[in-house]
Design a protein around this ligand. Structure first.
Ligand code: DX5
Ligand code: ZN
Length: 232
């Protein structure tokens, strides 16, 4: 079953508690938290104090996407704040093998993220060690951007490489996911869908999550046929 991980980036930052509550009652599986430092990406969002505050009442796993420079300095702080999943960018890590294993030693789900222009080859050697690969399907930093169609082939490459090393790691697809792109992303190999704008711009979070789940099931059916996803 494909997991639905709405991103708070498009929620009302003046009322994150209500946003989390709407995801918990709306049937989401994870809460995706986009941490941005204004250096790795041209935007600045939330940090450890906000995550610690959310952790006090959130029941869903907190899936933190660290779009920050020098994540090694911060991984322990985010784990202590309550992060259940910690995903670092391959482009920001000088010693990715050490970083991934440190995240696992802290007891968190260890993820590695790739920007759209970064090839899968950049993480080839670490694939057997990670719990999750985040494929960014937009350039990071902002919500409500259009899905980049060429990333579908990249998702499928990650899917094939993970199967080749017999990894059970999840593929998280992040950026521009809505009721149309969700099918293609899952058909290509996504096991977790991140969606911000589509979920929080909908009249009902619950309906948006349910629609994404239904579209993901269609993608799973298409993947089972072996059909290669092609976006119209
Ligand atoms: C972009 C973030 C994504 C983004 C997804 O830098 O990593 O998680 O918030 O939002 P939408 O679904 O609006 O593209
Ligand atoms: Zn993200």
């Amino acid at each position: 079953m494909t997991l639905i991980a709405p991103s708070l980036l498009s929620a009302d930052f003046a009322n994150l508690a209500a946003a989390v509550a709407s995801l918990e009652t709306g049937g989401a599986d994870w809460i995706h938290l986009d941490v941005m430092d204004g250096h790795f990406v041209p935007n600045l969002t939330i940090g450890p104090p906000v995550i610690a505050a959310l952790k006090n009442f959130a029941h869903l796993p907190l899936d933190t996407h660290l779009m920050i420079e020098d994540p090694d300095r911060w991984v322990d702080v985010y784990r202590q704040a309550g992060a259940d999943g910690i995903t670092v960018h391959a482009e920001a890590c000088r010693h990715l093998h050490r970083t991934i294993h440190h995240i696992k030693e802290l007891g968190a789900r260890a993820g590695v993220a790739l920007n759209p222009a970064t090839p899968v080859a950049a993480i080839e050697e670490i694939l057997p060690d990670v719990d999750l690969v985040l494929v960014l399907t937009v350039s990071p930093g902002f919500g409500a951007q259009p899905f980049i169609p060429s990333t579908l082939a990249k998702i499928r490459t990650v899917y094939d490489r993970l199967r080749a090393v017999r990894s059970q790691a999840l593929i998280e697809v992040d950026g521009g996911i809505d009721d149309r792109t969700a099918v293609y992303a899952v058909q290509a190999g996504a096991g977790v869908l991140v969606s911000g704008h589509y979920v929080f711009s909908a009249s009902s979070v619950k309906d948006a999550v349910r629609t994404l789940r239904e579209r993901a099931e269609e993608g799973e059916r298409r993947r089972a046929t072996g059909e290669i996803p092609r976006m119209a």
